[in-house]
Design a protein. Sequence first.
Length: 233
Amino acid sequence: MLNQAGASVKVIARRSAIRFHNPPKPRSLRERLLSPMGGIGAGVDLYFYANAPHLFRWLPEKLRLDRVRKTLGPAPGWFIRDEVVGKVPLFLGTNIAGAWMQDGRVQLQLMDGERRTQTLGFDHVIAATGYRIDIQRLSLLGDDLSAKIRLIDKSPRLSANFESSVPGLYFAGVTAANTFGPVLRFAFGTRFTARRLSRHLAKSARRSSSAYAQTDVQAFEQAWQGAADSSQK
């Protein structure tokens, strides 16, 4: 989009090649049976991740962490290829060895796989590096609250209803992936999350309302009995 808007764009990546997703194509009955489409891709494993995150939670923890880490790494869509390849300079297999400001511009020292270096100047640098979940770095939670959250490899350990070890504190999205699987890293996973969480919260609200109502009835009965006793006296 920056390139289309007229900006001079360069893409720098550590990997030696950019893996684009393949465009969808007609699939035979045999392909559909052996490699079903599951919402986040084709394959029996992806079908399971997409349609049974509640069952994924019961897999051994070591296996869950491995599947979350290795399933569907970063890859741009097929429709992006024609807008980038041949139109935007790609510096692949390249690391950023240094960065500094000079005359109001960012200077990046680039190093390729053969350790050759070059320096390029930029007005803006956008770091599209992704991120790793680490609940302990969420300062908004506070040290006391963070210490009470049980973790799975720096992500919160969640119940079947997305509730952490701190009652009433819920986590969704990518922070829930270590519990419910790779689908929680994608927008497709919001359907499962919304349904499971909304049902749980609705039940909790009904239980709370019922408890409050029962408390009110008991208080009324006690007050009524007290008034009756006083009138008899």
